[in-house]
Write a protein that binds this ligand. Sequence first.
Ligand SMILES: Nc1nc2c(ncn2[C@@H]2O[C@H](COP(=O)(O)OP(=O)(O)OP(=O)(O)O)[C@@H](O)[C@H]2O)c(=O)[nH]1
Ligand SMILES: [Mg+2]
Length: 262
Amino acid sequence: MGEFSAGKSTLSNLLIKTAALPVNVTATQLPPVWISKGDDAPYRVGLDGRHFEIELENLEAVSVEDTAFIRIFHDAELLDHCDLIDMPGISDPNMDADVWERVIPYADAVIWCTHATQAWRQSEAAVWSMLPPALYANSFLLLTRMDKILSERDQMRVAKRVGRETVGLFRELFPISLTRALASDGDAEKWAASGAEDFLNGLHQLLAEIGDRKAEYAAAHAPTEPDEPAKFVMPSRVQPKKLLARRPTSRPVSAPAPLPPL
Ligand SMILES: Nc1nc2c(ncn2[C@@H]2O[C@H](COP(=O)(O)OP(=O)(O)OP(=O)(O)O)[C@@H](O)[C@H]2O)c(=O)[nH]1
Ligand SMILES: [Mg+2]
């Protein structure tokens, strides 16, 4: 999530190692794009829940007004551990907040992108304060476009200020240059210098923790056979899979399922 042009789609493309999502200098007029593992054909989900075929090459033709979200599928390793939802910008005057608000209940965690050069504006803090506080401990704040801040001293200064202003609101803050990460092209030093390595380590750690919590929760709530002796009742092992985003269900989007506590 984040303001328009904060780098959300650039980040999604980096995470799935494919230029699947349109990246634009101006605001992108797209509904949320929900990315899962697989090779199914892409489709859009209408506001009434019906599915409609779409063309991957022509995502920008999808109408924001009557689409809840777009579903696309890729074979990226990260998608073994979570789904991703690439969101539209939060304060685009041409887009109703409903467009992104209706997918929030599906999220277990948020990666918030904020432009390092104007980081953590009031509009961002205001939207974040309206989201479920249960998300905070599972969410990251990315200071994107760090390459636009030239001196190391200024980079540290902005990271420190934003860290101070967001105490308790995020699990962790990572400065990153998404464009440098994309351009590192297998160069480990450039990858680390871009900030991508630290962020990806943090993300994998979070996904593992959420997976463990979900597995424990599922085991603790597994149905038991009342007539059988306790020693024969085995908790069913549930493999955690979709962590950043839950799949749509028939329940209303305003009633998110509880995530086991940290
Ligand atoms: N220099 C620099 N440019 C970046 C960085 N991240 C993204 N950009 C550029 O910023 C522009 C917007 O990036 P997007 O990924 O489309 O931003 P977005 O948040 O998805 O924007 P919307 O979907 O319109 O809300 C593109 O031209 C990107 O190349 C970065 O870390 N450094
Ligand atoms: Mg985008």
